[in-house]
Design a protein around this ligand. Structure first.
Ligand code: CIR
Length: 398
């Protein structure tokens, strides 16, 4: 069983256990109330309910494994169906085919239990499932990430008619986190938010400017501005001091590439002159040992590059992999290597000797491996359909 599947199975079992235990407790309490606290009857009531609870647990595990706990209304339907099937199955186990004649009686008998399962599956099971999926035992440098929203298919994209496979997106995100963890990063989750379709692309919401210092951006796309609130909370919780880009400035984290002590900022459709000015001013005011270099970009429609980092990112030694066709002027990078694949210029330096390259850029992977780096490839196809890339799924706190 792959690591992803074992983690998904564990998350599914934990979510179902939480729902089953809660439903059992609610059921016992309800019967105690009805029986006016006849504690002596507790054992026989429990005896009558463990079986139906066990059936419900199995159905919820199956629903979770099929990804149905990701979306609240699918989780609600799963809860209702699991409870009803569990009652039916337990009735059949006890009464055989006669159980069908007693359906209304069974429904009345198990009413508290069914309501508890139906309500707890979206409210509790779904949370436990997500928390268990996100839980990792790694320790080390911190990578902020946010689980893909249930509304990911509604995220912005320049491509027409793309169909997003939510389950594949989850698996790809999980594999991405696996690569971070294997390279010694500790992943910390920003609060999940299903209403933020683009929320998984956390990179755009903050720029790390040094140890314990970050800039909260003002994304160029208004629909993405709400994302910064929870990212700021997560950064604050890490003890990081925050500054903010203010209106009318706009800046997307995907446009900011730091190589050594140079901060390259793409002047793109998302990052405006005022955003770059504010970043430069902040660096000056705080006397940070950094130089801000503005980089004019060609339009995304012409070059296919949404941000500077869609067209240029650095290897651990500072060499920038670049798609020159996205730059409006001459290359500003001291040391660079041209790559031809559309997603090849966006790599993540995971460690001094390790580079994450998207699976969609096999030639770049070969090039990077040929330079003596260990290459980790991750399939990010679902995110690439939404103009996302490898760097955009995390904020790395060095
Ligand atoms: C957007 O259009 O804003 C998102 N769908 C993709 C953002 C990708 N961000 C990044 O590469 N830094």
């Amino acid at each position: 069983m792959t690591n992803n599947w074992s983690r998904r199975l564990t998350a599914s079992v934990l979510a179902a256990l939480a729902v089953a235990l809660l439903a059992f407790a609610v059921n016992m309490l309800a019967y105690l109330l009805v029986d006016q606290f006849q504690l002596a009857a507790l054992g026989s009531i429990a005896n009558g309910f463990w079986q139906v609870d066990l059936f419900a647990l199995v159905f919820i595990v199956l629903a979770a494994l099929f990804g149905l706990l990701r979306v609240w209304w699918l989780a609600l339907i799963s809860g209702v169906v699991s409870a009803a099937l569990a009652v039916l199955l337990s009735g059949v186990a006890q009464l055989g085919s006669q159980a069908f004649g007693y359906l209304p009686t069974l429904a009345g008998l198990y009413l508290f239990f069914m309501v508890a399962v139906a309500v707890a599956t979206p409210l509790l099971g779904r949370r436990v499932y997500r928390a268990a999926l996100a839980w990792r035992r790694s320790r080390g440098r911190i990578a902020l990430v946010r689980v893909p929203a249930a509304t990911l298919a509604e995220a912005l994209t320049s491509r027409s008619g793309v169909a997003i496979d939510a389950t594949r997106a989850d698996e790809q995100w999980d594999a991405y986190l696996g690569a971070l963890v294997a390279a010694g990063w500790q992943t910390v989750e920003v609060e999940p938010a299903d209403r933020l379709a683009d929320g998984v692309f956390v990179e755009d919401t903050a720029v790390v400017l040094g140890d314990r210092l970050a800039l909260i951006t003002r994304p160029g796309e208004p629909s993405r501005r709400a994302e910064t609130v929870s990212v700021a909370d997560a950064l604050r919780a890490q003890g990081i001091t925050l500054y903010e880009i203010e209106e009318p400035g706009t800046l997307d984290g995907g446009d900011v590439l730091t190589v050594g002590d140079t901060v390259y900022v793409g002047r793109s459709a998302r990052t405006n002159a005022e955003g770059i000015r504010q970043l430069r001013e902040l660096v000056g005011e705080l006397s940070l040992p950094l130089t801000v270099v503005a980089v004019p970009l060609r339009s995304a429609a012409e070059s296919g590059a949404l941000h500077l980092k869609s067209a240029a990112t650095a290897l651990p030694d500072g060499t920038v992999l670049v798609r020159a066709e996205a730059l409006a002027g001459a290359s500003p990078f001291a040391r660079s290597l041209a790559v031809s694949e559309p997603s090849g210029a966006n790599v993540v330096a995971l460690a001094p000797d390790t580079v994450l390259v998207p699976a969609s850029a096999p030639k770049t992977a070969e090039l990077v491996a040929d330079l003596g780096y260990k290459v980790v490839t991750v399939d990010l196809a679902e995110f690439e359909k939404l103009d996302g890339s490898a760097t955009c799924l995390s904020i790395l706190l060095a």
